[in-house]
Design a protein around this ligand. Structure first.
Ligand code: UD1
Length: 422
């Protein structure tokens, strides 16, 4: 298994291009199931999660053509051959459940494995199920699979989600595009990836209003057509690389970055003493001499502080001046990076959904283990500012969500390399 070795202490300087958003692309790809005309996605990220979604869609009969080294994907669902998403694929990636809504809307039935446990919490699917049932689907759980049927087709409805789930919002919005009548989805997720999905669906001919607010209205249409869509920038990759110069010192410009993708995150970084400037090409982030200040963080749905940047923020807070409290409200059990950071000398006390971090002057490099996608990158970030060598093991998690991390960081002067394992 590959590992990544970081030798800390080098200040960063340079430009990093931000890729298309993994989480947007994982929702856009299943949208192809809604139409028999091709959907072309530009600016797709080259990640193993995208390969997993490709395999899943191919197993349903979707033709997927990758061009420009995987940056452009054309998907065609003119001849679906299956409506079953197998456990073998779904267990690898929870986002596989995003085929449920579109398959049901197009084919009238779908069989999708439950994703099963996930390292960062239980992550059930009750909100997806409640939303699709409100649209008239009959859903049963048998043999670990959700069997969903809509024999008479889906019907528009007024739905209020008990929580603004990102995945459930995507599933319900996609299903409602082909339902009869109007759907009003209340307490909808407002994340930029939802806005991106809706813009693509609208190009395909869907009638949708209110994306980016907590109420989305969808007027069902008889059929959707093809479209060409450019995937929005990855705000989590953006936030991750914004933290790199904040930890290591120096100045980096993130090409394609926009402040409105990460409003509360940018505010928190600025309060901590990091300079964030919008340029013509992206966001410039700089940390002057000295340590950052401790800030408290609470993860929330958009536009709040994203849970997917909590681990990276914790890495920054490890060497901040003062004590910070990080509160995780989206996922239980999402502090698995804390004990690894402590192996590098961090002072962290985890109690329930809170972690109290007492900043130390400097971390020291150590062999550490990546436990999930965002945890792995937080260890790399910590290593950039640590004394000596940090070896991050089990980096296959990293390749699910970050393309060429070692190339992007070393282009800015970081001392980082990948060691290929067996
Ligand atoms: C998406 C993102 C993920 C991010 C998360 C929260 C993708 C592919 N993944 O995941 O990176 O961390 O949003 O911003 O876009 N929940 C239920 N019942 C449900 C659905 C969710 O209880 O039916 C709970 C989950 O267990 C979790 C919380 O709601 O505690 C958030 O989940 P959700 O917003 O659905 O996240 P995902 O769409 O899975």
């Amino acid at each position: 298994m590959d590992s990544i070795i970081v030798t800390g202490g080098a200040e960063l300087s340079g430009r990093i291009p931000i890729a298309g958003a993994k989480n947007a692309c994982l929702a856009l790809m299943p949208a192809t199931l809604l139409s028999d005309e091709p959907l072309t996605l530009m600016n797709a990220p080259r990640l193993s999660d995208i390969k997993t979604m490709t395999l899943l869609l191919q197993s349903l009969g979707v033709e997927v053509t990758a061009m420009q080294d995987g940056r452009v994907l054309t998907l065609s669902s003119h001849a679906l051959t299956s409506h079953r998403a197998d456990y073998d694929i779904v267990r690898k990636m929870r986002a596989s459940n995003l085929v449920l809504g579109p398959l049901l809307a197009r084919a009238g039935h779908a069989v999708v494995s439950l994703p099963g446990g996930c390292a960062i919490g239980a992550r059930p699917m009750d909100i997806h199920i409640a939303g699709l049932e409100a649209l008239g689907a009959e859903i049963e759980l048998r043999d670990g699979y959700l069997h969903a049927m809509a024999p008479g087709g889906l019907r528009g409805a007024v739905i209020e989600q008990r929580f603004a789930s990102v995945g459930a919002t995507e599933n319900v919005v996609m299903a409602a595009t082909l339902a009869k009548g109007t759907t009003v989805l209340k307490n909808a997720a407002r994340e930029p990836e939802i806005v991106d999905l809706v813009q693509c669906l609208r190009q395909m001919g869907a009638r949708i209003a209110g994306e980016g607010t907590d109420t989305i209205e969808i007027e069902g249409v008889d059929r959707l057509g093809g479209a060409t869509h450019r995937v929005v920038a990855d705000r989590i990759e953006l936030g991750t690389y914004m933290i790199a110069p904040a930890i290591a010192g120096g100045e980096v410009e993130l090409i394609g970055g926009r402040r409105e993708l990460l409003p509360s995150f940018c505010e928190k970084l600025e309060t901590a003493g990091v300079t964030v400037t919008q340029t013509n090409d992206g966001l410039r982030v700089a940390r002057a001499n000295g340590r950052v200040h401790a800030v408290d963080v609470k993860t929330e749905v958009y536009p709040g502080f994203p849970t997917d940047l909590q681990a990276q923020m914790m890495a920054l807070m490890c060497t901040a001046e003062g004590v910070s409290v990080l509160e995780e409200t989206i996922f239980e059990n999402r502090f698995m990076h804390a004990p690894e950071l402590m192996r590098m000398g961090a002072r962290i006390d985890v109690h329930g959904g809170h972690a109290t971090v007492t900043g130390v002057e400097r971390l020291r490099g150590a062999p550490v283990m990546a436990t999930d996608l965002r945890a792995s990158v937080s260890l790399i970030l910590a290593g950039l500012g640590a004394e000596g060598e940090t070896q991050v093991n089990r980096v296959y998690h990293l390749d699910r969500g970050y393309e060429r991390v070692e190339e992007k960081l070393s282009a800015c002067g970081a001392r980082i390399e990948r060691v290929r394992g067996e």
